[in-house]
Write a protein of this length. Structure first.
Length: 163
């Protein structure tokens, strides 16, 4: 008996393993695009990738404990504590006692931090929009069709067999 994909269809067979050249090309394209997006945010940012990620995640998910933020960021809580300290010192994140557990603190994004995240996202989106505007309709369609595949690359399968 063959498992169906939840829509009554048989799942597609796995693709052949990518060549090392394909993997290297994709890795380089992603790295270069990320670097260009980061540069579009301006050189006035004095934040590490980890700090910017923690700030954005806190902005996205609202006030949370350091341990929760560490879980989102997939790092140890002590490491994240060191990451967040400069953000708090810069006034981008605030810390308050957790009302449900006095031993813990909640971190949240300040107005200054939210404005920074909004500016970064706007600048990076503007760069991508300019680049995408240069694409032919066929290229734009191919890019749109590739988005679900790229999103799938963001996660590991639940088990080593891909399930």
């Amino acid at each position: 008996m063959t498992d169906l994909d939840g829509r009554g269809r048989r799942p597609a067979p796995p693709a052949a393993a990518p060549s090392s050249a394909q993997v290297a090309r994709l890795r380089l394209v992603i790295a270069r695009l990320y670097r260009q997006l980061a540069q579009a945010s301006g050189s006035d940012l004095d934040l590490t990738y980890a700090q910017l990620s923690a700030l954005a995640r806190t902005h996205e998910h609202g006030p949370m404990r350091i341990g929760e933020l560490a879980a989102y960021e997939q790092v140890a809580a002590p490491s994240l504590t060191r990451t967040v300290a400069p953000l708090a010192a810069a006034g981008l994140i605030s810390k308050q006692p957790d009302p449900t557990d006095g031993r813990s603190q909640l971190v949240s994004v300040t107005e200054k931090g939210a404005a920074l995240i909004d500016r970064i996202r706007r600048q990076r989106s503007e760069l991508l929009a300019r680049r995408m505007a240069r694409l032919t309709p066929e290229q734009a369609g191919a890019l749109e069709a590739a988005l679900p595949v790229l999103e799938q690359l963001l996660t590991e399968p639940a088990d080593p067999d891909g399930g």
